[in-house]
Write a protein that binds this ligand. Structure first.
Ligand SMILES: NC(=O)C1=CN([C@@H]2O[C@H](COP(=O)(O)OP(=O)(O)OC[C@H]3O[C@@H](n4cnc5c(N)ncnc54)[C@H](OP(=O)(O)O)[C@@H]3O)[C@@H](O)[C@H]2O)C=CC1
Ligand SMILES: CC(C)=CCC[C@@H](C)[C@H]1CC=C2C3=C(CC[C@@]21C)[C@@]1(C)CC[C@H](O)C(C)(C)[C@@H]1CC3
Length: 433
């Protein structure tokens, strides 16, 4: 496909409340990941002592003292985390995989991506399985014991990666994201300036999106189950459900690796601090919150609760995967005879929009499936504490906001065709609402 000349228009509208919102995100979100972990202990989530410290100005100053901040760093944990990243990069290089094409960029080109995420995940799971068989669960306790140190190192790495991609985005010939070229350093750094930063054929955004966070999430969940086993001598059913559901979600995302190529993160958003921190720290260390909670405060489930939780997971997953696969297959080849059952509308932009099946029910029906699954992951924690429900609350906000951002993008792309589409598919996320 011949390249068109690169045109990088200036971004004229801010999202996330512009530079002020970007600065707030970059300071409060790392603080929040610490608070959510430091504040959830065997004696309660949140612990009374944390609330007292945060509400008392003198104790608050002490809380953020240099001594306390230094104690967040841990050399052994940092070496382990960097070793983990190097292992994942080597796995990407060394494990064979098919090269698949991404969607067409606005310069007319299509990039190629190596698809070996599933194999890399299997290798990681084999290494963990063999370690448990040979040495038992104890080596995994390192992760629980050095949790804060690992998290601190991940935060530093996420900032360094974001600084690197921001700097290289100024090299000549780079295709910038339409939303990340405002000229404001703080905003562009946070939202992501370059669309597809690469080192040779190593695509940094694609790698970060599906490797360190997703793999880290699964490893930390297994480590939390090991911690529970260490404390109780057995693993509760609630813990088994949480790590199975979330493990399934992670393995499923790498099994369907090419489907990520049609998500908003890859097609539209630049790669900056938000996706770097979002994947390397937020996803890896915050998404295992329910497993960490259950390791500290085990909960026992009734049969009725188990049936409800299993049903929510099955319904949510069916919608999520069904919708995502349908759109991905359609975007890859709308003329595929297997997709003959789909009705679609043509648009002046050249792209077609599905108007039947999952995509005829609501414009982001896939978000609904994902959110239903989120409930199945939190309910095993019971109702004693609010902390494990952080995920369903945060995720609702993220998905509603994401829906607004995607509508904005589609309105710009499809213009009056988008209004026509909205008249056919009337609902946003929940059919009938
Ligand atoms: N667990 C987590 O923390 C998170 C999970 N997710 C999940 O990631 C998945 C992907 O999300 P996201 O990328 O936001 O959104 P979508 O997968 O819904 O992708 C949106 C894009 O799809 C295309 N599209 C929209 N409607 C149609 C249609 N009717 N027919 C064909 N194409 C259409 C448009 O792009 P175009 O027309 O330009 O091709 C649109 O910009 C979701 O399932 C979401 O739940 C997302 C965020 C966080
Ligand atoms: C608060 C903050 C910094 C938010 C960043 C948001 C990120 C955590 C999420 C943005 C989009 C994501 C996706 C997934 C994980 C969370 C982030 C990175 C995803 C990789 C999860 C697995 C799915 O199967 C998926 C591949 C569809 C999905 C893609 C979007």
């Amino acid at each position: 496909m011949p390249s068109k000349a690169i045109h990088n228009p200036k971004t004229t509208e801010y999202e996330f409340l512009g530079p002020i919102g970007a600065s707030l995100m970059m300071t409060t979100l790392p603080t929040l990941v610490y608070l959510l972990h430091l504040g959830c202990q065997p004696e309660g989530c949140p612990t009374v002592s944390l609330i007292e410290q945060l509400l008392n100005p003198q104790q608050l100053v002490q809380f953020f003292s240099a001594e306390n901040i230094v104690s967040l760093f841990d050399l052994q944990a940092s070496i382990a985390f960097l070793g983990y990243l190097i292992y994942l990069i080597l796995a990407w290089y060394l494990i064979p995989g098919r090269w698949v094409e991404g969607t067409q960029l606005r310069n007319g080109r299509k990039l190629k991506y190596k698809e070996n995420g599933f194999r890399s995940m299997l290798l990681t799971l084999c290494i963990i399985g063999c370690t448990i068989l040979i040495k038992g669960h104890e080596p995994l306790l390192f992760i629980f014991d050095h949790f804060i140190g690992l998290m601190s190192c991940s935060i530093i790495v996420s900032f360094l990666v974001a600084i690197y991609v921001y700097l290289i985005s100024f090299q000549e010939g780079k295709l910038l994201a339409l939303g990340g070229n405002s000229g404001n350093i703080i905003y562009d750094f946070m939202i992501g300036r370059e669309l597809n930063p690469r080192i040779g054929n190593f695509d940094i955004k694609y790698f970060v999106e599906l490797r360190p966070g997703i793999t880290g999430w699964i490893i930390i969940n297994i480590a939390m189950a090991a911690k529970q086993y260490h404390e109780l001598g057995y693993i509760t059913l609630g813990m088994i459900l949480v790590i199975t559901f979330q493990g399934w979600y992670c393995i499923d995302s790498v099994y369907n690796e090419p489907a990520v190529l049609t998500t908003m993160d890859i097609t539209t958003d630049g790669f900056g601090w938000m996706l770097s921190f979002g994947n390397i720290t937020w996803l890896a260390f915050l998404y295992p919150l329910q497993a960490r909670y259950l390791a500290l405060r085990p909960n026992h489930l009734s049969w009725m609760e188990i049936v409800i939780i299993l049903s929510l997971q099955a319904i949510g997953y069916g919608i999520f995967r069904g919708a995502n696969n349908e759109k991905n297959a359609f975007r890859n080849n709308a003329n595929d005879p297997k997709l003959k059952y789909l009705k679609y509308m043509t648009t002046e932009s050249g792209s077609k929009l599905i108007i039947s099946s999952w995509w005829g029910k609501a414009r982001h029906i896939n978000y609904l499936g994902d959110w239903i699954m989120a409930w199945a992951w939190c309910l095993p924690c019971g109702f004693d504490d609010i902390f494990p429900y952080f995920y369903v609350i945060y995720f609702a906000v993220l998905l509603v906001h994401r829906e607004l951002r995607d509508e904005e993008k589609c309105k710009k792309k499809y213009k009056k065709d988008w209004d026509r589409y909205c008249n056919i598919v009337r609902y946003k996320i929940i059919p009938g609402k």
